[in-house]
Design a protein around this ligand. Structure first.
Ligand code: ADP
Ligand code: MG
Length: 308
């Protein structure tokens, strides 16, 4: 509110000489830009790791909004790193090929045929759609999978009963440094090989969290299809705006956080414990959710903070 007032005060003297009076709309635009200034100054030159997937990927208009937000971040000097999933598109292709999709513990059970489809869809199709979309808006994007430059080393997840589902064994960000230094946006699909060279399907939230930790990113932002962590999944007003690490762990143990929200909450915890500045779970169905999170005082979604 304060910044809205000061922006209006700033433009006031110009109005008398202006051909038209400024509308409320104009003042709002100016105040929004003005509010963004401290955030632009704070995040310029900093790295923000963004997990893009789910709802924000499902509709063309939301996709376009995410690409525009990323292009804007780049143009004000932020270094975004995009990690993406692609569940709905994988499901479509599995259906076409008549391979049943199975989920357990919020993870896709992945046999060899499913893995082929996951790799082709994520690395070949979804990755290039994102790269093309960003390039069209002038953000120079480079597509990678976890295997490129041995960025991510995979290991089988849990006891191996989920098939070719992987976890992150190690991250080596060497390949990202020259890409980021040249102003390119790395776009990373969540497929990576084990030391034996066997491709595994890793939850994209997990990959994003570990890359954020390895880069010591300023922020980790996970775009999803709910307003954030809800105490009651059927009640959007039960959104938890902010929670500490210990509280996040408790929500998992108590079973409030389940399914796909579990790897999200876990990766926020791990990223923060390893030095990432802040971790956010936000609603990818809201157009420009990314800008709202990074550049406004209010922020949106659930923020997990490091102090426990
Ligand atoms: P994404 O494609 O973004 O990874 P997921 O389906 O994997 O989305 O994870 C998000 C889902 O987690 C939500 O749609 C919701 O069904 C589920 N979920 C489980 N527990 C919660 C919770 N406490 N608050 C919000 N969502 C939850
Ligand atoms: Mg998920």
């Amino acid at each position: 509110m304060e910044s809205a007032k000061s922006a209006a005060a700033l433009v006031e003297p110009c109005q008398t000489n202006s051909a038209r009076r400024l509308t409320e709309d104009d003042s709002l635009r100016v105040s929004v830009l003005s509010e963004a200034l401290p955030y632009i100054q704070r995040f310029s030159g900093r790295r923000i790791v963004i997990k893009y997937g789910g709802a924000a990927m499902a509709h063309a208009n939301l996709q376009e909004a995410v690409f525009r937000d990323l292009a804007l971040l780049v143009s004000v000097g932020v270094e975004p790193v995009v990690v993406h999933g692609g569940g709905p598109e994988i499901n479509q292709w599995l259906e076409r090929l008549e391979i049943p999709a199975q989920f357990r513990d919020g993870l896709r059970v992945t046999d060899a045929d499913t893995m082929d489809v996951v790799e082709m869809v994520l690395v070949g199709r979804v990755n290039k759609q994102i790269v093309n979309g960003l390039n069209q808006l002038g953000a120079k994007a480079v597509g990678l999978s976890g295997s490129d430059g041995s960025l991510v080393e995979a290991r089988p997840w849990g006891d191996g009963s989920h098939g070719l589902v992987g976890d992150v064994a190690r991250v080596n960000t060497d390949v990202l440094e020259p890409i980021l230094a040249k102003g390119y946006v790395p776009v990373i699909s969540s497929v990576a090989a084990t030391v034996e060279g066997c491709s595994h399907n890793i939850n994209a939230d997990t990959v994003a969290g570990e890359i954020a930790a390895a880069l010591q990113a300023e922020k980790l932002i996970l775009l999803t299809d709910t307003p954030g962590i809800l105490l009651d999944r059927d009640d959007p007003s039960s959104l938890v705006h902010q929670l500490r690490l210990s509280e996040a762990r408790q929500l998992i143990t108590e079973g409030v956080v389940t399914g796909g929200m579990t790897p999200k909450t876990e990766c926020c915890i791990r990223a923060l414990a390893q030095g990432v500045g802040a971790a956010h779970i936000i609603d990818g169905r809201v157009p420009h959710a990314l800008l709202l999170e990074v550049f406004t005082d209010a922020g949106i979604g659930t923020m997990v903070v490091g102090r426990s």
